[in-house]
Design a protein around this ligand. Structure first.
Ligand code: PMP
Length: 335
């Protein structure tokens, strides 16, 4: 029996997440599809890593002083990660979030001792957008830093230095493809750069939701959004500093329905409760697996990110009235 890890410090619980072979997706793709279980982080999402790296980086640079405050604009998960890391290190947290995000994330942030500022959803060009609001709040708050997850490359460094080497080791140095969606792009660019450093031949693919502009950018060189998505935490309209230089070989675009179908199947058939960004990632991984098989890689191995727990979306993705209001299919056991 291998011994489960034992740590001296709660922050060491971040990262070193397990990987699991996904049966249904592997059958659908005709090759191995692996999920990196980022819901197993203490804040139950992939963003704990970025939070830890951003805060450690600000300590090293001297920008963040003992007892200081971390201010951030976030769809929620980064805020949860920051609040946990800040509590462990004696900092305060102020989180600015669009009021359209799930109720669970808001309640969680308040429960974790973060000060929560809700703003109306607005386009990035609007000064009231949550990112700009968080920057202003950081400037106005004594002893505060702005985490700036979109353009602070400590975010993608977390994935270059932790997620990518973990995946490479867990796959025993044999991986053909990796794909995920982008919010800040830290995960996609960081894991992509990190994996390419091990093996240039690994195909790195963007899986974009509708409503985001990156699919058209990587496919046609034009930042152009089409359609919309209810997925939280993903969907980017610009090349953030974290995305700049990401080694994207190919791209897919997935609808909420396609993502939700994998959320349903993984829950009903494999006992895994995931959020919609994970469902969209899995849909992309199946598409990438099929593409690699069609190219002759019969025993291809593809990895993706299972970004957060579905239990963060009980009032939305797992709620009949909400799904109906959005015109999305209702899981049969909720109908
Ligand atoms: N899924 C969820 C649920 C998220 O909260 C995020 C973070 N915004 C992502 C995916 C995307 O991660 P990244 O910011 O690294 O692109």
């Amino acid at each position: 029996m291998t011994k489960a890890p034992v740590y001296q410090n709660t922050l060491d619980l971040i990262g070193n997440t397990p990987m699991v072979l996904l049966k249904g997706p592997s059958e659908a793709a005709g090759c191995e599809i692996w999920g990196k279980c980022e819901f197993a982080n203490p804040g139950q999402s992939v963003k704990d890593r970025a939070a830890l790296w951003i805060i450690r980086d600000a300590e090293r640079s001297g920008a963040l002083k003992p007892g200081g405050t971390i201010v951030e604009g976030t769809a929620g998960n980064t805020g949860i990660g920051i609040a946990l890391v800040a509590n462990a290190l004696g900092y305060k947290t102020i989180i600015v979030m669009p009021e359209t995000q799930s109720r669970e994330k808001m309640d969680t942030l308040r429960a974790l001792q973060a000060e929560l500022v809700l703003v109306p959803a607005a386009p990035f060009s609007n000064p009231g957008h949550f990112v700009h609001t968080s920057r202003r709040l950081a400037e106005e708050t004594e002893g505060a830093i702005w985490a700036n997850q979109f353009d602070n490359t400590a975010n993608r460094k977390a994935h270059i230095e932790s997620t990518a080497p973990e995946i490479w080791a867990q796959m025993d140095g044999r991986l053909d493809g990796f794909t995920c969606a982008a919010g800040t792009g830290g995960t996609l660019a960081g894991v992509g750069l990190g994996l390419k450093a091990f093996d240039e031949g690994i195909t790195i693919a963007l899986t974009d939701p509708y409503g985001a502009a990156l699919y058209n950018y990587y496919a046609h060189g034009e930042l152009k959004a089409e359609g919309s998505s209810v997925a939280e935490g993903i969907g980017q309209g610009r090349i953030t500093a974290n995305l700049d230089g990401a080694p994207i070989d190919t791209q897919f675009r997935m609808s909420d329905e396609e993502g939700l179908e994998w959320v349903r199947r993984l829950l009903a058939e494999e006992g895994l409760a995931l959020g919609l960004s994970s469902g969209i990632n899995v849909a992309g991984a199946v598409a990438l697996g099929r593409k690699l098989v069609a190219q002759g890689k019969k025993d291809a191995r593809v990895a993706t990110i299972l970004c957060d727990t579905g239990l963060r979306y009980l009032s939305t993705l797992y709620n009949k009235a909400w799904l109906e209001a959005k015109g999305l299919p209702v899981f049969p056991w909720l109908a």
